[in-house]
Design a protein around this ligand. Structure first.
Ligand SMILES: [Ca+2]
Length: 366
């Protein structure tokens, strides 16, 4: 189902009306008051796991013909797989593209990136968000993918394009004129054929975005690949750590600067306001028990080199001690002090020096 063009508040009213008069609401609609009163992150994607359908899910094979709240922007036939489908080609876990159990529930979607045999299969998924994105607010955008077994190729990148208006080029094939705001290039994730991998990014909204389009916007002719997709999410979140973007944080060269982790002047004593971010780091490490990290302390350029090296190392160790005091197993954190040798900003201003005083972490490769 695709909602008609009404602003969100009108849509809420329509949904409520449908509910009152018993027109089978096809989705488990969140209640807006409940959404606004809860502190838990709310997914702005409706029907994120493709479980809710407008028709009996045993009978159709394409997203556009029956999956609630999802459509396609072009003429590609984006696939739908359901455990109960009468056609073995569109069943889950086994179907015409390979074997994969749903990441959630009984269903998932799938799209071809290209098909050099028929040269007509480039497929996308499109959905209307539950609420408009807010100006300058940051969101965690994530989905689970699995590359299908049947094609040898893989995409170099997948993208997500946010727009105020619905993308509708039905009759055309490619969306290559669009520039997705988010591009996923994690080669390991895009290659993986066994089980599901999460793609994840932080997106700062322009404001007013209401539609999300997902697929390969830079497909190369001759590449033939198919991806299964499940559990698409857009929730408020500030950083890769907030969002639990494990694969992205583990990319080679990726360093994450802890936000609002501060120390008493010229000391390794953590200030109390550091605990919010440190708690996120602790949760992240507990959710990803295979990860080991290096914590790197950095000072500004005030003070002597030897003193700064020592202070920066002790600050990293303070963070490690905090994590271990909260239950993190020993041996998962290495500490380094870099003193003032790796400034991020000018030492000439107070703001610059403040940015240079920091603790970073990077995930160590096994
Ligand atoms: Ca699902």
């Amino acid at each position: 189902m695709v909602f008609p063009q009404h602003p969100p508040i009108v849509r809420l009213g329509l949904l409520f009306l449908c509910h009152l008069i018993g027109v089978g609401t096809l989705l488990a609609q969140p209640d807006e008051e409940m959404l606004r009163s809860t502190s838990a992150p709310v997914n702005l994607v409706l029907n994120p796991g493709f479980e809710t359908t407008d028709k009996n899910p045993v009978n159709f094979n394409y997203i556009r013909t029956g999956v609630s709240n999802w459509t396609t922007p072009n003429r590609g036939f984006t696939d739908y797989f359901h455990a109960q489908n009468i056609s073995p080609t569109n069943r889950a876990p086994q179907n015409k593209f390979g074997y994969e159990a749903p990441h959630s529930g009984q269903a998932y979607a799938g799209f071809c990136v290209n098909d050099n045999k028929f040269n007509m299969q480039i497929e996308y998924l499109e959905t209307r968000l539950w609420l408009l994105l807010e100006t300058n607010r940051k969101y965690c955008v994530s989905l689970w993918i699995s590359r299908a077994d049947s094609f040898g190729g893989k995409a170099d990148e997948l993208g997500i394009y946010f727009s105020e208006n619905q993308v509708d080029v039905y009759g055309k094939l490619y969306l290559t004129k669009l520039t997705p705001q988010i591009t996923f290039t994690d080669s390991t994730a895009l290659s993986n054929q066994v089980g599901w991998t999460r793609l994840c990014a932080v997106y700062e909204a322009k404001g007013g975005e209401e539609w999300l389009t997902l697929g390969a916007f830079r497909a190369k002719p001759g590449v033939r690949a198919h991806y299964f997709v499940d559990d698409v999410a857009v929730v408020a979140g500030e950083s890769l750590l907030d969002c639990g973007c494990a694969g992205e944080l583990a990319q080679p060269g990726q360093t994450y600067t802890l936000r609002n982790v501060n120390f008493a002047f010229d000391s390794a004593d953590l200030l109390a306001d550091s605990e919010t971010e440190l708690s996120k780091l602790l949760s992240f490490l507990q959710e990803n028990p295979d990860f080991r990290i290096e914590l790197a302390g950095h000072t500004d350029g005030m003070g002597g080199d030897a003193h700064n090296l020592d202070l920066s190392r002790r600050r990293a160790e303070s963070v490690r001690n905090w994590l271990e005091a909260k239950g993190l197993a020993a041996g998962r954190v290495e500490c380094k002090g870099y003193g003032a040798s790796q400034p991020l900003n000018s030492e000439m201003t107070a703001e610059g020096r403040q940015a240079n005083r920091r603790v970073e972490f990077r995930i160590l490769t096994p």
